[in-house]
Design a protein around this ligand. Structure first.
Ligand code: NAD
Length: 478
């Protein structure tokens, strides 16, 4: 049985209860973890609060050294960690390796920023008086993480939080705590004092809720569904906690008549079916210029049909199972709703058959056309391997439709016309725009949503600012 990591020690839950972690491809038991309670969460928060004063006074260089060492330790175990991540999450091992690499790159990026934080000296109107801006850490941070990219999304919170001098309590998704536990232990082993980084496993409604309500937690970094994010914001507001929310998305991809077809086809196929479509920045609506639509769809069909579905542990698997049964049901309902409203299923649209798929939450990669804008799959986020395709007459129509969503996370434009590309980048209502590029988050660039896709940014030097409070100081020298 895996245990929680609190105050530098492995612990069971005070309730003695455990949660089973099962492989979404086979239903096999991978391990069990403690089913944390409010009291367990309080223990971790108290440990983080106790560790905070000393950690906040360590030099930035010292903090960076710990992260750098942690990167080396985790890198040594990368392959084993990737297999564990696949077993608990379902994605192909090659994607798990990429996720851990991305996490390590992010940790290195923040370690590199540790000594680059700058305050300011500010001239003031009176003679002999000037101002200073100090950048100070905040205190105990709660990091609430979803199951789709459990490791990178833990890193995007823990990296900047620790570098800024804060202490952290991590709450992984209930179904993907195992690899996170291993990584947190290795970060600790790299030299973190006890209590600086803690992890409590258990339900969001209990452990997560305590993070939101406990007055000792001053900052919440949340990634998850928009519905949960609204709740997080509401409860955190009662304690005036600093909040960043990375929420759902329904990213549009616009392919113009002058696009490089080969690259755009790869963009659409990888962009939608990576991680079985379970990415916030996955392409969830494809808008094709009328004149290229038929050819594009035909070629995309071939490409998607060649994606090998299977257990993520098999080397040739390109698309794994969905992560949970209830989620597969939701995808099925969204497809049925689209069909009822007139959509055509080009490929997929059902579960695969065969022994190897019987026990897992598999769903065939699916392409839909003729979906009306009122379809649930257009209005809601579709978190699975289904791509609805639309035809548009020009850029204006494409942008109008792209912007018609309540989400605003990412969007891409595929064209070789510079003016079109720039116009689209300005007019698309999204926190991130890609021009002729896969929807990928980079550690160097700020990432986050507008509208109902979130508040605040992760990644980039910008993210570090969300873990620091600027303090204004007035100095009278006269
Ligand atoms: P979720 O909202 O169900 O859960 C996210 C986390 O919140 C989990 O750890 C969960 O246990 C916890 N939680 C649940 N109820 C809570 C409560 N009452 N108080 C505190 N914490 C609580 O989301 P999910 O299904 O795990 O993740 C998928 C969603 O995340 C999708 O909508 C996806 O688009 C979004 N996402 C967004 C980004 C981004 O950067 N914008 C990145 C990845 C995923």
């Amino acid at each position: 049985m895996a245990k929680m990591f609190i105050a530098g020690e492995w612990m069971e839950s005070e309730s003695g209860q455990v949660t089973e972690i099962r492989n979404p491809a086979t239903g096999e038991l991978v391990d069990t973890v403690p089913k944390g309670t409010e009291k367990d969460a309080q223990k971790a928060i108290d440990a983080a609060a106790e560790a905070y004063p000393k950690w906040s006074e360590t030099s930035p260089e010292e903090r960076a050294k710990v992260l750098d060492k942690a990167v080396d330790l985790i890198n040594e175990k990368k392959q084993d960690l990737a297999v564990l991540l696949t077993k608990e999450q379902g994605k192909p091992v090659s994607e798990s390796v990429r996720e851990i690499d991305h996490f390590l790159h992010g940790m290195k990026f923040y370690a590199g920023l540790a000594t680059k934080v700058r305050g300011a000296q500010v001239p003031l109107p009176e003679k002999g008086v000037y101002g200073m801006v100090l950048k100070q850490s905040i205190g105990v941070c709660g990091a609430i993480v979803p199951w789709n990219f459990p490791i990178t999304l833990m890193g995007t919170k823990v990296g900047p939080a620790l570098i800024a001098g804060n202490t952290v309590v991590v709450k992984p998704a209930s179904t993907t705590p195992l690899t996170t536990l291993q990584c947190v232990e290795m970060i600790h082993r790299a030299g973190l004092p006890e209590g600086v980084l803690n992890i409590v496993t258990g339900p969001g409604s209990v452990v997560g809720e305590e993070l939101l309500r406990n007055p000792k937690v001053r900052r919440i970094a949340f990634t998850g569904e928009t519905k949960t994010g609204k709740h997080v914001m509401e409860i955190a507001s009662q304690g005036i906690k600093r909040v960043t929310l990375e929420l759902g998305g329904s990213d549009p991809m616009i392919v113009c008549d002058d696009a490089n077809m080969k690259r755009a086809l790869t963009g659409a196929s990888v962009g939608r079916f990576y991680n079985c479509g379970q990415a916030c920045l996955a392409i969830k609506r494809l808008y094709l210029f009328e004149s290229i639509a038929d050819e594009f769809i035909e070629q995309l069909k071939g490409k998607v049909q060649r994606l090998k579905l299977g257990n993520g542990l098999n080397e040739d698997t390109r698309v794994g199972p969905l992560h949970m049964e209830f989620q597969r049901k939701e995808v099925e309902e969204q497809v049925e709703d689209a069909k009822k409203k007139g959509a055509k299923v080009l490929i997929g649209g059902e579960r695969p058959t065969g022994d190897e798929f019987d026990k897992g939450f598999f769903y065939l990669p699916t392409l839909l056309t003729d979906v009306p804008d009122s379809g649930r799959i257009v209005q809601e986020e579709c978190f699975g391997p289904v791509l609805p395709i639309f035809r548009v007459k020009d850029l204006d129509e494409a942008i109008e439709k792209a912007n018609s969503s309540s989400y605003g996370l990412g969007a891409s434009i595929w064209t070789q016309n510079l003016a079109r590309a720039h116009q689209a980048a300005e007019r698309l209502q999204a926190g991130n725009v890609w021009i002729n590029s896969l929807h990928i988050g980079y550690d160097e660039l700020p990432f986050g949503g507008i509208k109902e896709s979130g508040i605040g940014r992760e990644h980039g030097p910008e993210a570090l600012e969300y873990y620091l409070e600027p303090k204004g100081v007035v100095v009278a020298t006269g």
